[in-house]
Structures are given as C-alpha cells and as structure tokens.
Design a protein around this ligand. Structure first.
Ligand code: HEM
Length: 484
C-alpha cells in the first residue's frame, strides 16, 4: 500500500492547487501552511507535486542526508531549455557537467582560504564604492550593483569594468533580468504545456518563441564575450587558473568540452553572485536607516578597534564580533532567497511515513527557517547581538548554515558573498552615517518591504548617507580616481 503524500491544502480536480498558490511573498503563505499542516507540506499543480519544507530538521534530513537523490533541478522549459539557462550551474541537471562545474567553483572559492586570495580586490573595490557614495550618495543602490559587478567580473575574468556603461555589465544585467522573467512561475504557457515548444515561430500568437530566441542570444553574449576577451588578452584569471587540476592551463589548450564547462562556470559566477550580493548589501543600508542604535554600536566597535586613521580590513574581522554578528543578522532578517532555489528528487522516497514521489519539486522555505521561534528568539526583531554569547544566553544558530541552501547544491559562493558583505558593512560604517531622509521637516520612514521572486530585494527606499567627519572624507578620497 502506497504511503500518502505530505498533507496540504486540498485542491481541485486536474488543476490541483493552482489557485492556492500565492502570487507574491510566497514565503508568508508557505509559513502559514507549515503552521497548519506541519514541517513538510505538499501541493499539486496540474499533476506536478511540489513539496514545501518549513522545518530545518526536514531540510537537513532530505537535502543533506539524502543528497544523492535530492540534488537535481526542475526542468524549466522556457528559461532552462529554450533560453538556455541550464548551461549555467544553477539550472544544470545533476550529473557529470554539474560535478565538473562544482569542482571548478570549489577550487575557485570553496573555502575561506581560497577566498582570501581575493581580499585585495574586495578591499580596493569597496574603497571605490565609498568614493562613489561620497560623490553621489542618493545613487547608493546603483553603486552597490556597480561594485558587486566589478568584483565578480574581475575575479572571474581578470576584467576591470568601465565606470559607465560597461558592455559586459550591461550584457550580464540584461541576461540576468531575462533569467528572472523566463523562469517566473506561470509567466509562459510552455512551462505548463511543453508540447508548445514545437509550435512554429511564424504562427500567430507565437511571439514568445521570438522572445525566447532573443533572450537565448543575449545569454550567449553574456557567456561568450568576456570569455573571448580573456582569450584575446591572454589574461590568466584566477578562474581559469583554478579550472584545471594542473594549475595554469591556457584556455586555448582546453578541449571543446572543457572550454564549454569553463566558459559557463565563469558565467555562472555573475548570474549566481551579482544580484544576490546586491540584495544583501541593499538590506544592510535599509537596516542601518531603520536601526540607528545598532549602527552606533557597530561604529563604536569599529572606532575602538580600527581608529580613524585607516579603513577597516579583513585582518580586523576577528576583533569585530559585533560587525560580524551584523553580517549574520543581515542574512537572517530578510533572506536574499526566501524560498531557496528548487531541488528535484530523482526517485521515490519515503520520509516520516510520507511518500515523496520521484520528480517532485522541493522548495525550502528559507524565510521560515530563519524566523522559526524555536531557533531564533523574537525572530522579527533585528538584533545582531543574538549571535553573541552573553551572561544570560548563548549565541543563536549561524544563519550561514541556512541562507545558502542545502546539500550538494549549497551555494558555492558562500565564502565570497560573506566576504563582500562584511567588507561593505565594515567600511561603510567606519566612514558614513546612514539615516532616514527628512523632507520639509518630515521624517520619511523607509518601508521594510521586499519584492517577490527567487531573489528578493528591498523595495526602493531613500536614505541619507553622510560622511562621519572630515577625516573620514580624507580617508575615502585616498583611492585612485576614475573619470566620471
Ligand atoms: C548573500 C549572497 C548569496 C546568497 C544568500 C546565496 C544563496 C544561494 C542559494 C540559497 C542557493 C541555492 C542552494 C540550493 O539549491 O540549496 C544558491 C546557489 C548558487 N549560488 Fe549563491 N548566494 C549568494 C551569493 C552567491 C555568490 C557571491 C556566488 C558566486 C560568485 C553564488 C553562486 C551561486 C551558484 C552558481 C549557485 C547554483 C549552485 C548549484 O545549483 O549547484 N552565490 N545561492
């Protein structure tokens, strides 16, 4: 006798739970389902089982404990197959190519020691970020994006981006925006009826096929152009260096298969790393505007440890426990990927008496795990101190163990992301005060509100960013200039 699938809202014949699925901020509805039906909930969309995990234990039991069967990705017909995003790691099916990409990623940035090689780039680009902030503080969101793109492209290809309208950044931003649009659930009928893939492009109503072809061309541009640039410049990037076991192998000596894998692993760095890090640093500015007392505490620590004669650097991190805790709270408070990236199970599994049928899509409600009262006290409160031992309580669980996903698909950029967020927070707070904007004598309260989608961002908000002192201005200005 077959075990039942996990409980969940009862659906309608054929379409199942189509109308139960939330269309925005899905993590909230998923959390509510979790309270009603337990840590593992299932829904059915036109015959496709989706399992939603709301408990840390279940996420670890399934995705870590049974990772050999829970590490595939769902097939997304429009985004993955037709536009071609399955060439990048995030949508590559579990198998040999996946392993090759992951091996390269691991050598490149898999450990803290590997990422230490990039500290000089992180520090310099963050210093330039401060200078842009000084010049045009109101454009802080744009500066965050620019800096993150600059770091990833420099590390992946050894390429230094132009201050304005860089072609590789423009390509990558266009393509990643099209990634979100092409993988949005329900946006394209072909994801529901894959047969539509074979409809000829000239047929009336098949305009989406031309869109797919155009987006596929943009994606290829994003993968090809920086790679060709590396070949032309004969630049020996960190990435290509790390891609072969025997150290530096020039690109032109790689086989066709290796070339494909290196090219698309490099492209996966931008697509996986830019928008995510942007969201976290953007959240940091929102948190600072909303919580001046926490900002002050972090600044007091920075002043005591670093002083005002220099900027903080990675070597200070061990002596900055509060700033370190601040990074953790940023990752927990409004997670970058609230419902993670979907996994797919490749064979039937029985878990806690429930059947998880082969092919089910597994979503981990990362938001819920990071706001679970059994793990985090007063989870809705922004409080970095929760990550520090005190006389009365011990530090709460490090959110790095949740925010970056689970099992064999865990984010390979964890250490790099952590470094980028730390240095952005520490350097910004050392020299700037972030506060609410006052317009005509009225304080504008920034909203703690986030966009939906795989990568969630703070909705646009204003904040006032001003240097802390004349000395701070001098420190910020002591970096090589760029023309703008
Ligand atoms: C705050 C920043 C970041 C967060 C919160 C984050 C989070 C995540 C999560 C939740 C996943 C899915 C894990 C799973 O399937 O269980 C993921 C996958 C991935 N991340 Fe990140 N990430 C961040 C930064 C980065 C950076 C900096 C890079 C690269 C430079 C990166 C590259 C990737 C890639 C390539 C994947 C796909 C892995 C695979 O499918 O095997 N991420 N990330």
């Amino acid at each position: 006798q077959r075990a039942p699938v996990p409980p969940g809202p009862s659906g309608l014949p054929i379409i199942g739970n189509l109308f139960d699925m939330p269309t925005s901020q899905e993590w909230k509805v998923f959390s509510w389902w979790g309270e009603k039906w337990g840590g593992i909930v299932s829904v059915n969309l036109l015959g496709q089982t989706i399992v939603i995990i709301n408990s840390l234990k279940s996420a670890m039991d399934l995705l870590d404990g049974k990772s050999s069967i829970y590490s595939d990705r769902p097939v997304l017909v429009m985004g993955g197959e037709m536009v071609g995003w399955k060439k990048t790691l995030a949508l590559t099916p579990y198998g040999d190519r996946f392993r090759s990409y992951r091996r390269m990623m691991h050598q490149f940035m898999g450990t803290r020691a590997a990422v230490e090689r990039y500290y000089p780039v992180e520090e310099l680009e963050t210093h330039r970020f401060l200078r842009r902030l000084l010049r045009k503080p109101e454009d802080f969101a744009e500066h965050i994006r620019h800096t993150t793109g600059a770091i990833v492209l420099q590390l992946a290809y050894g390429y230094k981006i132009q201050e304005h309208d860089d072609p590789f950044v423009t390509n990558a931003d266009t393509a990643t925006d099209q990634f979100s649009r092409s993988t949005e659930p329900g946006a394209f009928l072909v994801d529901v009826f894959p047969i539509l893939r074979f409809v000829p492009q000239w047929l009336p109503g098949a305009g989406w096929k031309r869109t797919a072809a155009q987006w596929a061309a943009n994606l290829d541009k994003m993968g090809d152009e920086p790679f060709e640039w590396v070949k032309k410049e004969k630049a020996r990037t960190h990435f290509v260096a790390a891609s072969s076991s025997s150290d530096l192998v020039p690109i032109e000596k790689l086989s066709a298969q290796e070339t494909f894998n290196v090219k698309w692993t490099a492209a996966s760095l931008y697509s996986g790393g830019a928008d995510t890090t942007v969201s976290a640093i953007h959240s940091f500015f929102l948190a600072m505007a909303l919580h001046p007392e926490i900002q002050k505490k972090a600044q007091e620590e920075l002043d005591a440890v670093v002083g005002s004669e220099r900027l903080p650097s990675f070597s200070d991190r061990d002596n900055l426990p509060y700033v370190d805790a601040l990074v953790k709270e940023i990752l927990r408070w409004n997670p970058v990927t609230p419902t993670g990236v979907p996994h797919r199970v490749i064979q039937d599994d029985i878990h806690d008496g429930y059947l998880i049928p082969r092919g089910s899509i597994i979503l981990v409600n990362i938001w819920k795990l990071l706001h679970d009262e059994d793990i985090y006290k007063d989870p809705m409160t922004f409080d970095p101190a929760r990550f520090m031992d005190s006389d009365t309580r011990s530090a709460e669980r490090d959110p790095h163990t949740i925010s970056f996903g689970f099992g064999r698909r865990i984010c390979p950029g964890l250490n790099l992301a952590d470094a980028s967020i730390f240095i952005a927070c520490a350097r910004t707070l050392a020299v700037f005060d972030v506060s609410k904007v006052v317009e005509n004598g009225v304080v504008i309260e920034p909203l703690n509100d986030y966009t939906s989608g795989t990568i969630s961002h703070p909705k646009p908000f204003k904040c006032f960013i001003k240097p802390r002192s004349e000395k701070a201005v001098a420190l910020i200005s002591a970096v090589d200039s760029f023309d703008d």
